[in-house]
Design a binder for this molecule. Structure first.
Ligand code: NAP
Length: 246
């Protein structure tokens, strides 16, 4: 795939799936904007590594996707430094899994603010420029938890990811025919998000997966690459499950 002269913003790209999406896009000659919130060191290290290895343009930007001012400033900086934005991957996300009886309004709100409102805000400000250009690709990272319900301990996260699917379909309709808006719904992926899970639970979950393992971040990133590329020109408002056959 040759994404030369394309510029892609990946939110929450300092670690995990986001960092892998950055690398897969850069490997295909795409310039990348690495957004982070807390993990400054990891984000800049990734930026240096990508610049040296793939010889593409890299910009690293701090922004909390749930903060409207941060988002507005980030998009304006991208346009002033890169001239245009072709691909947006709304990947930033958090989960705060607790027992049902320990669920709080504050944590529920935090999750919605980052996962759902963050996706809305970045899409809103980025799509303004994509519409002017009359082209663009938006890829939202949802989750299989946004399609089915598995574990009430993540009911707040699940609601946010179901909301991301609804946003995907509404934005696809609103931004057509110029911008493709799709979602990827991963199942279990080997990242920090799952590092607290206990061994026994992991084994039970692996037994439910046809592939008998969690995904590697790159296996999600490859699907994002397809949706970011011209190969997916007639797909919009769609959700692609990547769960190894759960
Ligand atoms: P991760 O390793 O925990 O990384 C999360 C990323 O999101 C970090 O780069 C973090 O950046 C960023 N982030 C969090 N809050 C942010 C904010 N307010 N503003 C900007 N960035 C923010 O998680 P992951 O597993 O890679 O998950 C990536 C996405 O995939 C998430 O949307 C997640 O819900 C989804 N997903 C994951 C799995 C899985 O099994 N891992 C399954 C399905 C879906 P900083 O560290 O810089 O704050």
């Amino acid at each position: 795939m040759n994404l030369e002269n394309m510029n892609a913003l990946v939110t929450g790209a300092s670690r995990g799936i986001g960092a892998s999406i950055v690398e897969v896009l850069a490997r295909n000659n795409c310039n990348v904007i690495i957004n982070y919130n807390n993990s400054e060191k990891e984000a800049y290290q990734l930026g240096e590594y990508i610049k040296n290895k793939y010889n593409v343009k890299v910009l690293t930007i701090k922004a909390d996707v749930s903060n409207e001012n941060d988002v507005k400033n980030m998009i304006e900086k991208i346009i002033s430094e890169f001239g245009k934005l072709d691909i947006l991957v709304n990947n930033a996300g958090i989960a705060i899994d607790t027992l049902f009886e320990d669920k709080t309004k504050e944590n529920f709100q935090k999750i919605l603010d980052v996962n759902l409102i963050g996706t809305f805000l970045v899409s809103k400000y980025a799509s303004k420029y994509m519409l002017e250009q009359k082209h663009g690709k938006i890829i939202n990272i949802s989750s299989t938890n946004g399609i089915d319900t598995f574990y009430p301990m993540s009911l707040d996260y699940d609601a946010s990811k179901a909301g991301v699917i609804s946003l995907t379909k509404n934005f696809a309709k609103e931004l057509a025919p110029y911008i493709n808006v799709n979602a990827v719904a991963p199942g279990w992926v080997n990242t920090d998000m799952n590092k607290e899970l206990d061994e026994e639970f992991i084994e039970e979950e692996i037994n439910k997966i046809f592939m008998k393992r969690f995904a590697e971040p790159e296996e999600i990133a490859n699907v994002v690459l397809f949706l970011a590329s011209p190969l997916s020109s007639y797909i919009t408002g769609e959700v692609i499950r990547v769960d190894g056959g759960f």
